[in-house]
Design a protein around this ligand. Structure first.
Ligand code: ADP
Ligand code: MG
Length: 455
């Protein structure tokens, strides 16, 4: 009796080649870089995904297309099954999902003068909030100037923009002979102005046009800096034409920058734009665990849990709390217990920025108030009876949370950030003419906060 064995890996490979032609670069990096053929069974293929988040998203987006391609290649139905296998956790690291693989660096050069040596991919915890940006950054670091050029990483303060962009620099610098330059937009501006004063602009120009990888941090600083924008525009074109890699960071989507020349804006928007979102609880926990490990201190999990539940804004705030606890325990020579942590972080936790209000809570409260369903509030209909409550909910979200207009738009049925901006303006102008609106909004804000304490 023959033992049946199946191997559909060839079909899978070809199906992936075909899908690669159908999806955008962004989709490919986001969803396909992280999945792997595992094994075949009777009329089915098992595919590894790093988390249930990936499984659900990929199923929803691509399962039917995957199965169609397999059908046309194999001539019979092959089902695709997803197996969630978190990327291997080394004993020393607890990651929310997989970090991009990191090669063993051959010979270490001495540290790059503009880059922090600890801003490396190995130290960057990857979660759902940042995996797209992290994967893109890693791909760029491995193949600068080829795939995603330019790349712009945007996101709020303390979410890891500088860490990521410098990680690219560190890899390229360590693993190749390419010339890497990292600079903040502020320094770039100041240097440029100085070069005008010193009449050395030619030197300034050739300095930046002779690099292989140009990393410019915090380009929002360029707003209103007309001459520097002009200079950067020309630098951009020179580098772009010779296929040199450029990576920029910004604290918001480029479309929300003001006082930026249209032609420079369109350069930034070219290539790949990826965002960093605030980390979820699981990722915050993994990040703190990792920082604690590096600092070689002992802090009980219940303390980490307390900090992660209360600090929801960004990684910098998380780190600041940890630093405070460690400093205290060093100074008074006491262990960090739950009581110590609560007492020491009382003020940090009561900061209004650190609320646990989610967009979903706001949507529920506003929908209830206007006797709508949350589905209607997020849905497509634009009748007045729904559009106005929707605008109010968006306005409240912007008022009492830290979410950006882009994030708010996504949570309201995938709307554009300009829609959110427009909604907020509408509500503001209506408040001026309708005296009942402000009290209503205040009532809704209070109701949301109450809801938040109950949830
Ligand atoms: P930004 O430039 O966006 O304001 P930074 O890159 O300076 O933020 O990050 C703030 C701090 O948080 C840094 O110390 C950085 O190492 C840390 N950090 C941010 N994101 C992560 C992450 N995903 N994993 C580990 N550390 C992180
Ligand atoms: Mg920064």
């Amino acid at each position: 009796m023959a033992v049946e064995s199946w191997d559909y890996s060839v079909f899978w490979k070809e199906a992936m080649n075909r899908i690669r032609q159908e999806v955008t670069d962004q989709e490919w990096i986001m969803w396909f870089n992280n999945i792997k053929y595992d094994s075949s069974g009777s009329s089915k293929i098992n595919i590894c995904v790093p988390s249930s988040f990936y499984r659900d998203q990929i199923k929803q987006r691509y399962l039917s297309s995957m199965e169609e391609h397999l059908f046309s290649l194999a001539g019979n139905r092959i089902a695709v099954d997803f197996v969630v296998k978190p990327a291997k956790k080394s004993s020393s690291q607890n990651k929310a999902t997989s970090a991009p693989p990191v090669s063993v660096e051959a010979k270490k050069k001495k540290p790059h003068t503009q880059l922090r040596a600890d801003y490396r991919f190995e130290n960057f915890v990857v979660g759902e909030n940042n995996s797209f940006a992290a994967n893109a950054a890693y791909a760029i670091a491995k193949n600068p100037g080829t795939a995603y050029n330019p790349c712009l990483v945007y996101g709020g303060v303390g979410l890891g923009k500088t860490h990521l962009i410098q990680s690219i620099g560190n890899i390229v610098y360590q693993e190749s002979d390419k010339k890497v330059s990292y600079i903040t937009a502020e320094t770039f501006t100041n240097d440029f102005i100085q070069s005008i004063k010193d009449k050395t602009t030619h030197r300034f120009k050739s300095k930046y046009r002779s690099v292989d990888v140009l990393l410019i941090d915090d380009i929002h600083f360029l707003q209103n800096k007309i001459e520097t924008q002009e200079e950067l525009f020309h630098t951009f074109n020179a580098l772009y034409e010779s296929n040199k890699q450029m990576v920029f960071t910004c604290d918001r989507p480029v479309s929300e920058l003001k006082h930026l020349s249209d032609r420079l804006r369109s350069r930034f928007e070219r290539g790949l734009n990826v965002d960093l979102q605030p980390p979820d609880f699981e990722t915050r926990f993994a990040i703190l665990k990792q920082k604690i490990e590096v600092k070689n201190v002992t802090i009980p999990d219940e303390v980490i849990d307390l900090v992660c539940r209360n600090i929801t804004t960004n990684v910098r705030d998380l780190e600041a709390s940890l630093t405070k606890l460690i400093a205290y325990s060093d100074l008074v020579n006491k262990n960090v217990t739950l009581e110590v942590a609560k007492a020491q972080l009382k003020d940090v936790f009561s900061n209004p920025r650190q609320s646990n209000i989610t967009i979903e809570m706001i949507q529920r409260v506003v929908a209830d108030y206007f006797a709508l369903s949350v589905g209607e509030l997020k849905g497509k209909k634009r009748t007045k009876a729904i559009a106005f409550p929707r605008q109010v909910a968006m306005y409240i979200t912007r008022e009492i949370t830290e979410y950006s207009t882009t994030e708010v738009g996504l949570e309201f049925g995938g709307r554009d950030h300009t829609t959110v901006m427009h909604a907020c303006q509408r509500v503001e102008s209506r408040m001026k003419t309708d005296p009942t609106l402000e009290p209503t909004i205040n009532h809704l804000i209070r109701a949301t906060k109450e809801y938040g304490t109950k949830a």
